[in-house]
Design a protein around this ligand. Structure first.
Ligand SMILES: Nc1ncnc2c1ncn2[C@@H]1O[C@H](COP(=O)(O)OP(=O)(O)OP(=O)(O)O)[C@@H](O)[C@H]1O
Ligand SMILES: [Mg+2]
Length: 252
């Protein structure tokens, strides 16, 4: 067996690593794997491979950066477990290139000191983890804002990387805010038309059976008005003008 620890190419090139794990990355996936940004937003359609690519990034870091602490979060434990399951599949398929110290249902600890931990996305669960070198938020459009607010200072201290991946879910929440106006992010937008595994025929069937706003959200990376919102965000923006002087409290 080739020792991955000695395989400099796989250590330096995550595209080669993904290929070794049995995947031929799509063009956007190649860009992501070749990027060295430590702030990444993936606004991708359903089934485009965002969790799969993130699993590759997570595993690569654990194997080649000894002592890494990697946290995988999602709104529900089931979702973070799904991501972790992909990490484990790749790890096993690659023949456990670095031996496990402890392999559990929700975490993997390697002999090189790296740890991958799966957590449900609640602000309380991440307390107690310090020194995180990579934090992944899957289904990020649906995580509680409080979680994100707890994550940021933690990463500031550890100097860790952050990846948020999601299909949009309305014009609200931190994923929407960061996508539209956050600073310092590398952004990837991947509609279904850029996913070679989603056919035009399939999309036509979806358009015929789903409400248009759902189709735009799930397949076209579009942040739609939230379902329970009576007034559209545009209507609200237009209604709120700077010309109306507040009655109280500007101090001027
Ligand atoms: N480059 C690739 N080559 C072959 N198959 C791929 C590739 N990328 C992803 N896939 C496959 O596409 C399917 C969807 O991938 P994945 O679950 O990562 O997508 P997702 O964007 O997270 O989807 P969802 O929005 O449903 O969570 C999986 O079966 C995965 O193995
Ligand atoms: Mg996913």
């Amino acid at each position: 067996m080739v020792s991955l620890a000695q395989d400099l190419k796989l250590a330096l090139d995550r595209v080669a690593f993904a290929q070794k794990a049995g995947l031929e990355p799509d063009p956007w996936q190649r860009d992501l794997l070749r990027s060295s940004s430590d702030r990444v937003l993936l606004n991708c359609c359903r089934q485009s491979g965002k969790s799969t690519m993130t699993a590759i990034v997570v595993l690569h870091r654990a194997l080649y950066h000894p002592g890494s602490l990697i946290l995988c979060l999602a709104p529900a434990l089931r979702q973070s477990q799904e991501l972790f399951g992909k990490v484990l599949d790749f790890y096993r398929n690659l023949g456990r290139p670095v031996s496990p110290a402890v392999e559990r249902k929700l975490s993997l600890e390697l002999e090189n000191g790296s740890r991958i931990v799966t957590l449900p996305g609640s602000e309380k669960t991440i307390r107690g983890f310090s020194g995180t070198s990579l934090l992944v938020l899957d289904e990020a459009a649906r995580v509680e804002d409080e979680l994100y607010f707890a994550v940021r200072p933690m990463l500031a201290v550890s100097g860790g990387a952050l990846m948020m991946l999601s299909t949009p879910y309305g014009k609200r929440g931190v994923f929407y805010e960061e996508w539209t106006s956050g600073r310092g992010w590398e952004r990837y937008e991947v509609p279904a038309s850029q996913c070679p595994r989603i056919s035009e025929e399939f999309l036509e069937q979806e358009r015929a059976s789903l409400p248009p706003f759902i189709c735009r959200q799930e397949y076209e990376c579009s942040f739609e008005e939230t379902e329970d919102q009576v007034f559209t965000t545009d209507m609200i923006d237009r209604a709120v003008t700077n010309e109306v002087k507040p009655l109280f409290g500007t101090g001027g």
